[in-house]
Design a protein around this ligand. Structure first.
Ligand code: ADP
Ligand code: MG
Length: 243
């Protein structure tokens, strides 16, 4: 009986994984198809052609990376650990979401006055914050403000992601992270936050969420600072003092 339960659990995980892969690669593949269609037009300039091919390559790479990422999903421990300069990673993520933000008239404000580095896998970090920021933008269909802030102490790094969107009730807040929990019907899969929790857990991080219906939502992430980079930063500081 015990074996049976374990097997069922495994199957469930495999199913969730499959659905998650579909969810995460749908966007880059849809974009890739769009650019292939644009490239079929023989009258476009050489310049545009080069640009479209470059975007197409990036979109395909992004889809490929997601699959790579999920191959290790059954082992959620982060295997590749490198120091991540948090504000640089966040900036890349924001750039990749700019089109989506513009579509919803969402203004993005960043404040990286206190930043630093944490340990993790860049691809997984991206996936985590893409999911969080996408949800924030989707919660503001009629416009709003997405604020991304970083703060750090010598031992911790805090990342704040705040929106002025729909917000959640206490009951909805409680269900966050439950597989397949979504209020978006056809448009949602309810796997984004589950993946977020799994990645943050593997990075030894913590999440604190506050939300108010009709006012907005605030996600606060805390990760241990990267010791190596912190020392390097100190060295940099000292060096600039010397210069
Ligand atoms: P999906 O986006 O596919 O619905 P997620 O796991 O990403 O799945 O999110 C689950 C649910 O949590 C969403 O359907 C939404 O109801 C709620 N949610 C998540 N983030 C926010 C947010 N920033 N503002 C309001 N609701 C949110
Ligand atoms: Mg989502």
């Amino acid at each position: 009986l015990r074996l049976h339960v374990v097997k069922l659990k495994r199957l469930e995980t495999v199913e969730q994984m499959g659905a998650a892969i579909c969810h995460e690669i749908r966007n880059p593949l849809t974009a890739a198809i769009g650019f292939v269609q644009l490239l079929q037009d023989e009258s476009i300039s050489r310049e545009s052609r080069v640009q479209y091919i470059s975007i197409l390559r990036n979109e395909l790479k992004s889809a490929e990376q997601v699959i790579q990422n999920y191959l290790t999903f059954s082992k959620p421990e982060i295997e590749l650990v490198e120091p991540l300069i948090v504000h640089e990673e966040l900036q890349q993520i924001i750039q990749s979401l700019q089109v989506l933000a513009n579509r919803n008239s969402v203004h993005i404000i960043t404040n990286y006055s206190y930043t630093g580095a944490i340990e993790g896998d860049s691809q997984k970090f991206h996936q985590c914050f893409v999911n969080i920021m996408k949800n924030a933008i989707e919660a503001m269909p009629n416009g709003g403000v997405l604020t991304v802030e970083t703060m750090s102490t010598s031992s911790n790094m805090t990342i704040l992601v705040q929106d002025t969107g729909a917000g959640m009730t206490a009951e909805q807040l409680n269900r966050l992270g439950e597989p397949y929990y979504s209020t978006k019907g056809e448009k949602g899969t309810g796997l984004g936050i589950m993946v977020v929790y799994s990645i943050v857990h593997a990075m030894n991080g913590r999440i604190h969420v506050e939300s108010e219906l009709g006012v907005g939502t605030r996600f606060e992430f805390t990760f241990p600072s990267s010791p190596t980079l912190f020392e390097q930063n100190e060295i940099h500081k000292n060096m600039s003092v010397l210069v």
